[in-house]
Ligand binder design. Structure first.
Ligand SMILES: O=C(O)CCC(=O)C(=O)O
Length: 214
């Protein structure tokens, strides 16, 4: 959804920056197309099963390293054991561009090696959690495409307050590093039908780029 007034970048917390409309519509379409291909496999997009037997409401496929609760592996040991698709170099370049935009400084050494691609239908959510399976404190880059959502960015101590609620729209970038790298965050709600129909996407895609340190 484009707004009448440009939405400006906001520092949500130290090291956590929201950059609205970072990916232009053409780039968004390219990324959606890439996600459609990644969703085919070798490891198909699926609902991750949690240790208590429940399934996450989002559907996920990974690149570079496969994330499962609560570790990474090179093979999708919880869904058939296929090797994970490689992490493309263009995506690492996009990650470096994202970090540069967020922090105003280029870091050529930023080398994300894992991507989690999450698809949210109209009912999907993600509870407050930390991204902490990585053995690196390099920033996480998050790209949103399709339906808007209510993203909650909290603190590093607990799932509780203080937090900031941010509406993430198609093309938005959110980077969290530095003192915010291990902050709790989650997706409270997806706003169904808010995506531009030209995307041909009935839901929301989120891609996080991470440095595993593995
Ligand atoms: O969908 C989002 O915006 C957040 C995704 C997320 O928190 C994660 O993949 O760990």
């Amino acid at each position: 959804m484009s707004s009448l007034l440009p939405r400006e970048p906001v520092v949500v917390a130290p090291g956590a920056v929201h950059v609205p409309e970072w990916l232009d519509p053409e780039r968004q379409r390219d990324v959606v197309q890439a996600c459609r291909e990644w969703a085919q496999g070798p490891v198909p997009m699926r609902h991750t099963r949690m240790p208590n037997g429940t399934q996450m409401s989002v559907q996920t496929v990974c690149l570079g390293w496969h994330w499962m609760p609560y570790r990474y592996s090179r093979t999708a040991d919880d869904v058939g054991g296929a090797p994970v698709a490689p992490f493309p170099s263009w995506l690492a370049g996009l990650g470096r561009d994202a970090v540069e935009t967020a922090y105003g400084e280029r870091d050529e050494s930023y080398e994300p090696d894992a991507a989690l691609i999450n698809f949210y239908d109209s009912t999907a959510k993600m509870g407050m959690h930390q991204d902490k399976e990585e053995q690196s404190s390099a920033p996480v880059v998050s790209l949103s495409i399709g339906d808007s959502c209510l993203f909650r960015f909290g603190n590093t101590e607990s799932r509780g307050r203080p937090w900031t609620d941010v509406r993430l729209e198609s093309g938005d970038l959110f980077v969290f590093g530095g003192p915010s790298r291990f902050a709790y965050h989650g997706v409270m709600k997806t706003f169904s039908g808010t995506a531009d129909s030209a995307l041909g996407l009935n839901g929301r895609l989120n891609i996080t780029l991470r440095v595993t340190g593995l």
